[in-house]
Write a protein that binds this ligand. Structure first.
Ligand code: FE
Ligand code: CA
Length: 549
C-alpha cells in the first residue's frame, strides 16, 4: 500500500517518497493524523515489498519503523526490529528463524551516495532486533539510512552525527517523558519531530507496563486491549504496540535519540530488586525485571555494551556533543536502595514521608548506587564541556508537600526527595569540581518545572548551583495541580510550575546561552492536536538559574 507522499524535506534536507505505516495493530486507520504528518513532511514509510516477497506471503517486516541513537562524532547506532506481526502472542513478531538484514548509510536522502553498508543478523534471541554500530562517518552532519530484509525495504531514517571534538557549534535538542498510550495520542512526538531537533532525549516512562482498569477505564482515550506486562512477550509487545504509532515512528525516523528509563519500563515505583508490592519475592521480581530490561534493549538503538545480562543492564553513560555539551545519562532505578520509611502495610510505592521518617536522611542510602555515584562525580571532575546536562528520570529539586490523606508536610519518597544524601553528594561534587553550566533535565512528575538547585536546600538565599527543567508528560495524567500550587510559597526555589498541560521541551544551545521552550499540545485526546509555546526560559553561560525570556 504505497501511497503518494510528500516531497517536503526534513532532517536538514531529507526528502524521499514518504509512505505510511501498515502496522497490524487492529487499530482503525489514522488518516487524519497521517495527513498532518504528510503536511509536515513526516510520513513514515511502508516498505516496498518485492513481488517475490508478496508471492511467498510475507507481510511487511518493518512495522516498527527505524531509529538511530547514541551518536558519536564518527558514528551512531542504527536500529530496527523485524516484526511482520508485531503483536504476535509469543512476542516474536511473527518470525522464528534468524534473518539477515542488509543496512546502508548514505549522505543523501535519495540513498545515491552510500558510504557504509553491511549485513546484520536479526536473531530470535533478541526478538529480531538489529543494533548496528556504524563508525567512520563525518562529524556534525546528517546521514540517511535504510534496512532490507525478507524482500522488503524499511522506511528511511535520518540522524546526525555528533559535532567534531572541540566544536562549539549551536545545536537543538528535545526531551520527552511519560507517554501513556491509553491516555492519549502522541501529538507531542509529532510536533517535536517537526522541529527537526539534532538529538532527542527520552527520559523515562516511554511505555507503561500496566493497563488502566476499574473506574479509571472510563477515561481511556485509546484502548490497547492488552493487560499488564509480566514476561518477555508482554514487554516486547508493549514496546511493539507503541512503536506502531505513526507520530512516534516519525520522531525516531527524524532524529537520533538517547534514552534512559524510569519506573514504568518495569513496574510503577519499583526500586532495584524490590517490587512495590511486598508480596512479590525479590527473585520473582528480578525475573520480571530481566524481561523488561531485555525488551527495552531490544527496542532502542543502544550499543552492545548495554546489552543486558540476566536482570542487569548498564544503562548510565556519558555522551559528548563537541565541546558544547556533555550529557550525563543516569539510571535512577536499577541500583537504588528501597524507598525510605516503608508504610506499615509493607507497600513500597512512593508516599509523602511522615515527620518521624528518619532513614530518609541516612547517608548510606543511595538512589544511584555507589558505583554510579563515583562515575558521575569523576565525570564532573573531568568534564571540560561548556554545558553539562544531567539527563535523568525525576524531579531533582526538593519539594515540601502535603500528604493528601492527613495533610501532614513531608517529602515524596520515590523521587530524589527520598534520597537527599545522594542529591547532596551530587551537588557538592558539582560545586567542588566547579562544573561549568550544570543543567538537569527530568520527567516522571507529569508537569513542567523550572527550579534552582541550591547549595543548601534549607536556605533559599544560598548559592544556586544548577538549573533544572522538567518536561511535563507526552500524555500521562497530570498531578493534583491545585494542591501543588498551594505549596509553592513553601518552595521558593521553584521558578515555574504548570501541571495541567501535556507536551515536551525544546532546547537551543549555544556557547553563550541555553534557550528552553516549554511546548504544550492543545489536547491529548485529539489525534490532530496543535502545539504552542507555554513559556521560554534562558540560562546564560556562567550564571546558574533560568530567567523567563
Ligand atoms: Fe510517568
Ligand atoms: Ca515514573
Amino acid at each position: 500500500m504505497l501511497r503518494s507522499g510528500s516531497l517536503q524535506s526534513w532532517c536538514s534536507g531529507m526528502s524521499d517518497l514518504q509512505k505510511t505505516p501498515s502496522a497490524n495493530t487492529g487499530a482503525p486507520p489514522d488518516h487524519g493524523r497521517r495527513r498532518v504528518l504528510a503536511g509536515l513532511g513526516l510520513l513514515v514509510a511502508t516498505p516496498l515489498l518485492s513481488p517475490f516477497a508478496r508471492a511467498r506471503g510475507f507481510d511487511d517486516p518493518f512495522t516498527l519503523g527505524v531509529a538511530a541513537g547514541d551518536p558519536l562524532a564518527d558514528g551512531m547506532v542504527l536500529w530496527t526490529r523485524l516484526a511482520p506481526q508485531p503483536l504476535a502472542a509469543d512476542g516474536l513478531g511473527g518470525l522464528r528463524e534468524a534473518v539477515p538484514v542488509r543496512w546502508s548509510v548514505a549522505t543523501d536522502p535519495g540513498m545515491a551516495q552510500v558510504v557504509q553498508r553491511g549485513v546484520a543478523t536479526a536473531h530470535p534471541r533478541w526478538g529480531h532486533s538489529v543494533h548496528v554500530e556504524v563508525s567512520g562517518l563525518q562529524p556534525g552532519r546528517p546521514y540517511w539510512y535504510r534496512f532490507e530484509a525478507l524482500g522488503a525495504q524499511s522506511p528511511l531514517g535520518c540522524a546526525r552525527t555528533a559535532p567534531a571534538p572541540g566544536s562549539l557549534a549551536e545545536a537543538r535538542f528535545g526531551f520527552v517523558s511519560c507517554s501513556h498510550w491509553e491516555q492519549g495520542y502522541f501529538s507531542a512526538y509529532r510536533h517535536l519531530a517537526a522541529e527537526q531537533p539534532d538529538l532527542v532525549f527520552f527520559l523515562g516512562d516511554y511505555i507503561y507496563e500496566y493497563s488502566i482498569k476499574g473506574e479509571a477505564a472510563a477515561q481511556v482515550v485509546r484502548p490497547h486491549g492488552s493487560g499488564d506486562c509480566l514476561d518477555l512477550a508482554g514487554y516486547r509487545n508493549r514496546y511493539a504496540l507503541y512503536r506502531t504509532d505513526p507520530d512516534l515512528q516519525a520522531l525516531h525516523a527524524t532524529a537520533a535519540c538517547v534514552a534512559t528509563w524510569d519506573d514504568h519500563e518495569v513496574q510503577n515505583d519499583y526500586a532495584n530488586r524490590w517490587s512495590q508490592d511486598p508480596k512479590i519475592p525479590t527473585a520473582q521480581f528480578l525475573r520480571r525485571r530481566a524481561a523488561a530490561y531485555q525488551a527495552m534493549y531490544e527496542h532502542f538503538p543502544l550499543r552492545a555494551q548495554h546489552r543486558p545480562r540476566g536482570a542487569n543492564m548498564r544503562l548510565y553513560r556519558a555522551l559528548d556533543y563537541g565541546a558544547l555539551a556533555r550529557f550525563f545519562v543516569l539510571d535512577g532505578r536499577q541500583y537504588r536502595n528501597e524507598q525510605p520509611c516503608i508504610l506499615p502495610n509493607g507497600w513500597r510505592g512512593g508516599h509523602v514521608s511522615a515527620a518521624d521518617c528518619t532513614d530518609i536522611d541516612d547517608p548510606s542510602r543511595s538512589m544511584l548506587g555507589a558505583a554510579q555515584e563515583r562515575w558521575l562525580h569523576a565525570g564532573f571532575a573531568r568534564s571540560s564541556a561548556r554545558w553539562n546536562v544531567i539527563a535523568q528520570d525525576l524531579l531533582v529539586a526538593p519539594l515540601v508537600q502535603r500528604d493528601p490523606k492527613d495533610g501532614h508536610l513531608g517529602h515524596w519518597t520515590d523521587g530524589w526527595d527520598g534520597y537527599p544524601a545522594t542529591r547532596e553528594r551530587m551537588l557538592r561534587a558539582i560545586a567542588d569540581s566547579k562544573l561549568r553550566n550544570p543543567v538537569f533535565w527530568g520527567g516522571d512528575i507529569h508537569s513542567y518545572w523550572v527550579t534552582d538547585l541550591k547549595a543548601d536546600a534549607a536556605d533559599p538565599q544560598s548559592q544556586t548551583l544548577a538549573t533544572e527543567f522538567v518536561g511535563s508528560s507526552v500524555t500521562s495524567n497530570g498531578p493534583p495541580s491545585e494542591a501543588i500550587v498551594q505549596m509553592l510559597p513553601n518552595n521558593p526555589h521553584v521558578r515555574y510550575f504548570e501541571g495541567r498541560q501535556r507536551g515536551y521541551v525544546s532546547v537551543s544551545l549555544s556557547q553563550a546561552r541555553m534557550e528552553t521552550r516549554l511546548q504544550a499540545i492543545s489536547e491529548r485526546s485529539d489525534r490532530l492536536a496543535t502545539v504552542s509555546t507555554l513559556k521560554r526560559f534562558v540560562v546564560e553561560d556562567g550564571r546558574a538559574g533560568a530567567v523567563e525570556a
